[in-house]
Structure formats: C-alpha cells, structure tokens
Ligand binder design. Structure first.
Ligand SMILES: NC(=O)c1ccc[n+]([C@@H]2O[C@H](COP(=O)([O-])OP(=O)(O)OC[C@H]3O[C@@H](n4cnc5c(N)ncnc54)[C@H](OP(=O)(O)O)[C@@H]3O)[C@@H](O)[C@H]2O)c1
Length: 263
C-alpha cells in the first residue's frame, strides 16, 4: 500500500511499539490517528507526529465505540488499522484479579476484533484496507504466568488467520505480526509483577535479545509498503517454529478448498 496520504489508526500509539510505528509511518507521509488512555502522553505523541489524539479506554465499550467515528470525522476513511494496544499482567491464573483478566480480554482481543468488524463494511466497499494485528509468541506457546495474556494473543492470531481466509479476493488484507521480546514498558512491567515471568524473560533474552521497538516499526512499515501477506515474525529466528504451528490450518485449508467466498 502507498502510505503517503493514507489514514492510519494506531491503537496504543502513545508509547512503546505503537509510538515507534507512528514515527515510522509519518516518515512515509501517512496521516495518523493515535489511541490511548493517558491523554497527556497521547497528546504529546500526537504533537510529535502531527496526529489526531483519540483518548479512549478500549476496554470500555462506550469509549471503544467513539474511536472510529472520531478518526473518520477528522481524517476520512481508514486505510490501515494497527491493532497494537495491549496489556500484559503476568501471574498464574489463580493469582490474577478478575479485573486484570477482564482488561486483558477486552483490550487485547475484543477491542481489535470490534474495531476490525466496524471497519470491514467501508473497507470492503472501497476494496481497500489493511488490518495489522500485533500478536505475540506468547500466543503460540503455552507460557506459565500468561494464561490471560497468552490466550488473548492466541485468539488474535487465530482471528487473523481466519480473517485472511474470509477476506481472500476482496482487496482488504489482514497482516499478522508475531513478536518475541521487545524492549518496552510492557516487558519491564511483566517482569516486575511476577517472578516466573522475570526468570522466563531472562532465559528467553539469553537466546534472543529483546528487539528495539524502532526495528519492529521499520519492519511493519516495510511490510505494508511491500503489500506483504505472509506473517511477519520477529525475531526472524522464531519464524520456523511459528510456521510449524500453522500446519493444522494448512490441513484445514485443503478440507475447505473451493467453498463459496465469504463476501
Ligand atoms: N513488548 C513486548 O515484548 C511484546 C512482545 C510481543 C507482543 N507485544 C505486543 O505489542 C503491542 C504493544 O506493546 P508494547 O510493548 O509497546 O506495550 P506498552 O509499551 O505497554 O504500550 C502499550 C500501549 O497500549 C496502550 N493501551 C494499553 N491499554 C489500553 C487500553 N485499555 N485502551 C487504550 N490504549 C491502551 C498504552 O497507552 P495507555 O497506557 O495510555 O492507555 C500504550 O500506548 C501489544 O499488543 C503487545 O501485546 C509486545
């Protein structure tokens, strides 16, 4: 997709990976809408990238419903939605509060799907649009202290694969981005809140060093500019394992081949 002039909505664009993606997008000439809860931090990010700030808690149904109308009123139809906002409260399930569990489910899984659902009508009508879902290796692996977080990411990964099949031939694309450790507040927060998560991350980091968010952002922007369809897995050394996990889907594709299109 030509990013110059494209309207790109980035959830969680106020810091971490989302802000790095916003900076990389604006360098390509994209027009940005950024979403986050902390209004002051969001507005600061938006000043830097000349973006529209939509302060909203995506875990709140009413605030979630305001996001796309506000973005579209200011910048017109959305060309790219980057479902990036995420929360990871690391703990074994028995020690996770009901509120933390709910916040992860709503922010990491329900909100991306609901934003996507709302955008599909206009995107399909224009035969144009990309949905970028930022998922995690925690959604491929069964990691202790990540029952909540990992299941939301597994859900997002499966939802993206399913969308790719539903959207075939429509001109609308769903791109799956699967990340290992990235050096952000989220990684530090998860390590602080849970001893297993801290030890697990230390072990992981010895094998695969945490990535800088700027590198992730560059690769996401390149993927969009090059109309990439294949999953983007970072670090790339994790890609073969991720690919192995797709065998079930490939077998199911054979079973469901040549059925009528979804749209
Ligand atoms: N860091 C990693 O190692 C890693 C690895 C794999 C995947 N990921 C994924 O990458 C994405 C970005 O993570 P990150 O590391 O950049 O995290 P981060 O530094 O903690 O940033 C999270 C962003 O999401 C926003 N956010 C969180 N909850 C929200 C809510 N309920 N409503 C609206 N905005 C919300 C935050 O802003 P406010 O707090 O102001 O709302 C912030 O902008 C996430 O989906 C994460 O799961 C990260």
């Amino acid at each position: 997709m030509e990013l110059s002039g494209a309207h790109v909505v980035i959830t969680g664009g106020s810091r971490g990976i989302g802000l790095a993606i916003a900076r990389a997008m604006v360098a390509q000439g994209a027009r940005l809408t950024l979403v986050g809860r902390d209004r002051a931090r969001l507005e600061e990010a938006c000043r830097e990238v000349s973006g529209l700030a939509v302060a909203a808690d995506l875990a709140d149904e009413q605030q979630l419903a305001r996001v796309l109308p506000a973005a579209q009123a200011a910048h017109g139809p959305v060309d790219v939605l980057v479902n990036n906002a995420g929360v990871n409260v690391a703990s074994p399930l028995g020690r996770c509060s009901a509120q933390d569990l709910r916040t992860m489910m709503l922010t990491n899984l329900y909100a991306p799907l609901e934003l996507t659902r709302s955008l599909l009508g206009p995107m399909l009508a224009r035969r144009r649009g990309v949905i970028v879902n930022i998922s995690s290796l925690a959604g491929d692996w069964a990691m202790r202290s990540a029952v909540g977080y990992g299941s939301t990411k597994a859900g997002l990964t499966l939802a993206t694969r399913t969308l790719q099949r539903e959207l075939k031939g429509t001109g609308v694309v769903a791109l799956l981005v699967v990340l290992g450790l990235v050096d952000t507040d989220m990684t530090a927060g998860a390590a602080e809140s849970d001893p297993f998560a801290r030890a697990g991350m230390e072990r992981f980091a010895k094998q695969l060093a945490p990535l800088p968010p700027e590198l992730v952002a560059r690769r996401v922007v390149d993927a969009l500019a090059q109309d990439r369809r294949r999953d983007l897995v970072l670090p790339a050394t994790a890609a073969p394992l991720h690919k192995l996990g797709k065998i079930n889907t490939r077998v199911a594709d054979l079973l469901f081949a040549r059925l009528p299109p979804s749209y």
